[in-house]
Write a protein that binds this ligand. Sequence first.
Ligand code: CUA
Length: 167
Amino acid sequence: MHLHKYEKIWLVFGMASLVLFLLIIGFAAFWKGTHPQSHIETIDPQNVEAHDAFKPENLGIREVADGKYIVNIVASAFNYDFGKDTEGTAIKTIRVPKGSTVLYQITTKDVVHGFQVAGTNVNMMVEPGHISRYETVMKNAGEFTIVCNEYCGIGHHQMYGTVEVYE
Ligand code: CUA
């Protein structure tokens, strides 16, 4: 079989790139134990209350400055805990004015969950032992459904909530 000179060059280049990429991925995954940027801070999943943000009284939404909000959430199978209202009922809807900056902070007590606010750019993986954070501007008014997009067991589809962005 005769290979053209350029074919040989590109074959070698292709093989070398493949090996290089595998080495980089292997290095990142197994040697460094890479996690996404939002997972820098660690937490004890057995005792998430030890962290200020995840104390029962600090769950849910809080205004921290004019137009700036923090939402703290504890995920578990199969629920998002946004805290309780004054009557002691579990909160399922987070309300923010349109145009506000919202920092979502979430952790999980058990298995891996997802936290996606459908129709916005909020989409995080939530791993036990880590805090996932994402800050965004809620630009559009409307009701946005929060869904768990990581299969977490039999009640996976029951994990939901709502973000209501009002004018
Ligand atoms: Cu939690 Cu799927």
